[in-house]
Design a binder for this molecule. Structure first.
Ligand SMILES: CC(C)(COP(=O)(O)OP(=O)(O)OC[C@H]1O[C@@H](n2cnc3c(N)ncnc32)[C@H](O)[C@@H]1OP(=O)(O)O)[C@@H](O)C(=O)NCCC(=O)NCCS
Length: 182
């Protein structure tokens, strides 16, 4: 890592909170008039990045969008509001949670439609990894999300190691088959 070794100051979850509202237009929807999943993922990525920027105060890249639940469809003309905050900061990465609501503009009813967890990594303008400030959870909810974020990181790492092993096993089988037939 090329960042300076001194870690930046600690930040609160509140200081990372971010929000975005979009109106759903015909270009955002499928032929049933519902918001496209990929379009919603784009909004989630942007809102997640806002929280990560507020925490890191440097460039960030999306490393993973590792969990997303599409709970209910969003309809043409709805207002979609996304809220994000950093759940936990590690060394150069941060887990961000994003929650999404849809508002029916005629009735005013608001429903929770999606939630996601993303990992952003802080980099400088040359793409070199940067250390991020630690996060200080304050409320009971923030403390719970902080603990859960560590469990998800451990799960991600275990899953990534399992996939790597599976890829190596497939490569070894392919190589053995090629040698047998060659
Ligand atoms: C994300 C990226 C910078 C990581 O670089 P790397 O050289 O693999 O870095 P390392 O393996 O040293 O990991 C650096 C940090 O990223 C985290 N990380 C790397 N890959 C990850 C993944 N797939 N999921 C979650 N975290 C990940 C590591 O846990 C580590 O976190 P820590 O420093 O807090 O412990 C690099 O893979 C990258 O540039 N990816 C493309 C990003 C991109 O283009 N995104 C879409 C557009 S924004």
């Amino acid at each position: 890592m090329n960042s300076t070794e001194t870690r930046p100051p600690v930040r609160t979850v509140t200081s990372t909170q971010s929000e975005m509202t979009e109106i759903i237009l015909p270009n955002d929807t499928n032929i049933l008039g519902n918001l496209l999943g990929g379009r919603l993922m784009h909004f989630i990525d942007l809102t997640g990045a806002m929280a990560a920027y507020r925490h890191a105060r440097t460039h960030v890249v999306t490393a993973a969008m590792d969990h997303i639940d599409f709970i209910r469809p969003v309809h043409l003309g709805d207002l979609v509001t996304l809220k994000s905050s950093v759940n936990r900061a590690f060394t150069t990465s941060m887990e961000v949670g994003v929650k999404v609501w849809a508002e029916n503009t005629r009735t005013g009813s608001v429903v929770h439609v999606a939630s996601a967890y993303l990992v952003f990594v802080a980099v400088d303008e040359m793409g070199r990894l940067q250390k991020v400030p630690q996060l200080q959870p304050e409320t009971p909810d923030e403390i719970r999300r902080y603990a859960d974020a560590l469990r998800r990181r451990e799960h991600r790492e275990a899953e990534s190691a399992r996939r790597k092993e599976a890829r190596l096993a497939v490569s070894a089988l392919e190589e053995a088959a090629a040698n047998k037939h060659g």
